[in-house]
Design a protein around this ligand. Structure first.
Ligand code: SF4
Length: 343
C-alpha cells in the first residue's frame, strides 16, 4: 500500500498496531499535508527507524505536473500524472475577493458517460486514493503560493462512485492541523447518486452538496445522462428533500444550458416546479463547448432570462461564470488531448 492511499484513521491504526506512540501519526500527517513534505526524509523529527519502516511499507509518492495552462481570466489548469501513469486534471480559480478555489477530480476519467462531457467520453481509468485527491489541492496552493480557501469536487469523476476515498480526502483537507479548509467551503458535486446523497446527509461535517441536474424532465435527462436512467427525477427530488430535512442545509443544483436540448420553455417550467419548496440554489451554467461535440451553449440573454424566471418564482438562482474557456476549460479536455482513455 502507498502512503497516499491511507486515511487519517487508517494511519492511526497502523501506528497503534506497530506499537509506536500515537502522536507520531499526527506528526507524519502534518508533515505530509500541513508542511508539504515530499518524502519521509524531510520528516526530521520522526525517528529514522520509523521513517525507514514507513518508506518500505507505505512508499511516499508525489504527482508530477506534466502540463499547466494559464487562462487570460487568471485560472490555471493542471494535468497531473501519478506514479502509475494515471492522468488527472485539476483547476485553480482565484477570485478578486482573495479566495482561491480548487476544482479537483475524484477519479481519472468517469464511468457515468454524460453525453456532453469530455471526461464521460473517455470512460473510467480508475478511482483516486485520498492523498491523490488532496495532492491536487496542494499542487494548486504551491503553484499560486497561496492558501487554498475553497474546494469543489467537481472535476473529473463521480465523487460518490468513490465515496470512502473522497470522504477521507475531505477530512484531511478539513482537519485544522492539516489543510484547515472549513467544511462549508468544501463542496461535493454529484450527478445524482441517491445512495451517496443519503450517506452524505449522515456525515457529521457540514460539507456542502451540489447536484448536477441539467434537466428536470425525465426524457431530457435520460438523453444527456443515460447512465442515470434508473434514477427517476422524482426519486432524486425526494432524496434531496430528505437531505434537507436531515441536515437543515441548502444544496445547489447545477444546470448547464444546452442549445435545443434542455433550454425550452417547457424545461424552464419543469425546473421551476421541481425546485419549488425545496431548500436549494440553482447555478445556471453556460456550457463549455467540447471539441467534436454537437452540444452548444445558449446565449447570455437566455441564461439571464432563466435566472429572472427562477427568481420571480422565489427560487435563488445565479449564473456561474464559465471560466478558462481558452484553456480547454471543460473537465476532461486536457486529459483527452493527452490520450487519457479508459483501460
Ligand atoms: S459530467 Fe461529471 S458525472 Fe457526467 S461524465 Fe462528466 S465527470 Fe462524469
Amino acid at each position: 500500500m502507498r502512503f497516499k492511499e491511507l486515511s487519517i484513521e487508517a494511519l492511526e491504526e497502523i501506528i497503534r498496531q506497530a506499537g509506536i506512540s500515537s502522536f507520531r501519526a499526527k506528526q507524519i500527517l502534518t508533515w505530509a499535508y500541513g508542511r508539504d513534505a515530499r518524502s519521509y526524509d524531510e520528516m526530521t523529527d520522526i525517528p529514522v527507524v520509523v521513517r525507514e519502516q514507513f518508506a518500505l511499507a507505505y512508499p511516499f509518492d508525489e504527482p508530477e505536473m506534466i502540463e499547466k495552462q494559464v487562462s487570460t481570466d487568471g485560472s490555471r489548469k493542471y494535468l497531473l500524472r501519478y506514479e502509475d501513469g494515471t492522468l488527472v486534471e485539476t483547476v485553480g480559480l482565484p477570485s478578486q475577493d482573495g479566495r482561491l478555489t480548487v476544482c479537483c477530480s475524484s477519479q481519472s476519467g468517469c464511468a457515468m458517460g454524460c453525453a456532453f462531457c469530455a471526461t464521460g467520453k473517455a470512460g473510467l481509468a480508475r478511482s483516486l486514493a485520498p492523498g491523490e485527491i488532496v495532492d491536487q489541492v496542494m499542487v494548486v496552493a504551491r503553484d499560486f503560493g497561496e492558501r487554498v480557501t475553497n474546494v469543489v469536487v467537481m472535476g473529473q469523476g463521480e465523487p460518490f462512485a468513490n465515496y470512502d476515498n473522497v470522504l477521507a480526502a475531505l477530512r484531511i483537507m478539513n482537519h485544522p492541523k492539516l489543510l484547515n479548509i472549513g467544511a462549508r467551503h468544501i463542496t461535493v458535486s454529484t450527478c445524482g447518486i441517491v445512495e451517496g446523497i443519503r450517506r452524505f446527509a449522515t456525515e457529521p461535517e457540514q460539507f456542502t452538496l451540489a447536484v448536477s441536474l441539467h434537466a428536470a424532465r425525465q426524457e431530457v435527462r435520460d438523453s444527456i445522462m443515460p447512465t442515470l436512467r434508473r434514477t427517476r427525477v422524482g426519486e432524486l427530488r425526494k432524496t434531496l428533500e430528505e437531505y434537507v430535512e436531515e441536515t437543515g442545509r441548502r444544496f445547489s443544483f447545477e444546470y448547464a444550458l444546452m442549445d435545443g436540448v434542455n433550454d425550452s420553455d417547457e424545461d424552464l417550467k419543469e425546473l421551476v416546479s421541481y425546485c419549488k419548496r425545496l431548500l436549494c440554489h440553482v447555478n445556471l451554467i453556460q456550457l463549455n463547448e467540447v471539441e467534436g461535440s454537437s452540444y452548444r451553449r445558449v446565449s447570455r440573454e437566455k441564461v439571464e432570462r432563466w435566472q429572472e424566471a427562477l427568481e420571480e418564482a422565489g427560487i435563488a438562482a445565479s449564473i456561474r461564470r464559465s471560466r478558462g474557456a481558452d484553456i480547454a476549460g471543460a473537465c476532461g479536455q486536457l486529459a483527452a488531448s493527452q490520450g487519457n482513455t479508459a483501460q
